[in-house]
Each structure stands twice: as C-alpha cells, then as structure tokens.
Write a protein that binds this ligand. Sequence first.
Ligand code: FES
Length: 105
Amino acid sequence: MERWVRVCDDKSLGNGEMAEFNHGEKKILVAKAKGRVYATDRICTHAYADLSTGFMNEDQCTVTCPLHLSVFKLENGVPQNPPAEAPLKTYKVKIQDAGIYIDIG
Ligand code: FES
C-alpha cells in the first residue's frame, strides 16, 4: 500500500545536500544528487549511527557512515564496503506541487 507524505519543498534541498525526516518511528534520510532525490533509512545497518551526520558524495551518489565509514549507494541502499553488510531500506520518491514526497508504505 502506498502512503505518500510530504517531506519539504523541492527547492529547499540543494544538490549534494541531505536532510532528516522523521515520521512516527521512522528515521529517514533524504538526499539530492544531480537533481534526483533519494530516500533511505537514516540509521546505519551496522550500528547506531545517523547517516545525516555522515558524508555525501554527489558524484558517486553515496553516503558514508560517520562511525565506521561504510559507504551506501543512495539508489538502492547497498553497502559498498564493510563493516556494514545489510542494505538500508529505500523509499520511493516523487516530486509533486513543488514538494518532495516519499512513500512510507
Ligand atoms: S555504524 Fe555505520 S558502519 Fe558501523
């Protein structure tokens, strides 16, 4: 089941920027790379680290965990190096009425 929620204005998130979004218990990371918006879970799958305090690489379209430096693909949440092994959950994104929406299902 789709459940779209508005995160923020599309223009408020610049290329190469990340933002936090909380919805109920969910902690979500929203990131824009080369004009495209991605949404993943914000807490690392290895231990408790908030990826919004990590480092985004817009060219590679990745975010690096600030704690043990696993790199995750924003598109599919897959870690590119240890110690993280499990992928981050990802969310569908759409731009509508100049806003960023994600499907929190
Ligand atoms: S907490 Fe993210 S790699 Fe360890």
